[in-house]
Design a protein around this ligand. Sequence first.
Ligand SMILES: [Zn+2]
Length: 296
Amino acid sequence: MERQYQAMDRRTFLSRAGGLGFLMLSGVGAGVNGEDAQAVEGVWILASDTHVPADRSEAYRGFRPYEHFATVAQQFQQVPAQGCIITGDLARLQGLEGDYENLFELARPVADRFPLYLCLGNHDDRGNILKHLESAQGRASVSGKLVYSTKSNGVRFLMLDSLLSPNLTPGLLGKNQRTWLRSVLEEDPDSPTVLFFHHTLGDGDGDLLDGDRLFALVAEFPQVKAMVYGHSHTYSVTERAGVQLINLPAVGYNFNDADAIGWVLARFSPTGVDLTLKTIAGNREAHDEVRTVRWA
Ligand SMILES: [Zn+2]
C-alpha cells in the first residue's frame, strides 16, 4: 500500500501523518478551529449498509450508493458527534479492493474528525478492508475477527464482527467471539452496554446464525441494554427479552419503496438513547422523527 490510511483515530492518524501535507492541513485545521469542542457527549452517528461500489456510477433500484455515501459523508461533517459507527455491508457485494478505495476516499474527512468504527457485513471482505485499517484504535484481540470497544457518556459500546464469508448472506459471531464477549461483560458489569454488528436476529437462513446463543449469553448480563444492526435495510426499534433492538436504515438503497434511506443521529446516556432519523432518499416521510428508547 502506497498510502497508509488510519481510519480510526484522529490523533493516531495525525501522529502517523508525518510529512503528508493533506493530513496536516485538514486534520490540524479541524482541531485548531475548535470543531472537536462542539462535539456533544454521547452523540454518535449510526449508519449501515452503505454498499459503496468500485464503479461509481453503479445503480440498484434507481439508487446510486456511491453518491449516497458521498452525500452522508458530507452531512457527517456538520454533526456535533463524538464518533460514527457503520454496521456493515460497507462494500457493494463482494468487498472488492475498488469498493474500499472509494469508501475510504469518501470517509477520510469523517475519520479525520472523529473515530469511525466499521463493522463488517456479509458483503464485506475482511482481508481487503484490513489493508486500510493497519492499526485500528480500540481493536480487541479476537482471532480472525474485527472487534472494537469504546465508551461514551457512561455507555460502553462493543462493535462485533458477524461476517461469515464474503457474499454469503447469513452471519456468525462464532464461539471465539462469544467467549471474548463473555469475558468483557464480566469485566465491567456496571456500565450500560450496547452491542453493534451487522446481522438481523430473526430465525431465517440469512440472519445471525448464533443469535439465540447470543441472547442466552446476554441474559446473564443485564447491563446489555441494546443491540444495533443493519442487514434488513429497514428502520425499526423493537425489544426482545428486555433488550432494545435498533435496526438501522440503509444508506445505499432500500429493498421496498416504503423504507427510508439514510442514517440515525443518536444521543446516548446511561438511561437510554434518543434516535433522530435523517433521510436522504426513499420514503422521507419520517425525516427528523425522534424515537426515545429508555432502558432505566
Ligand atoms: Zn446490505
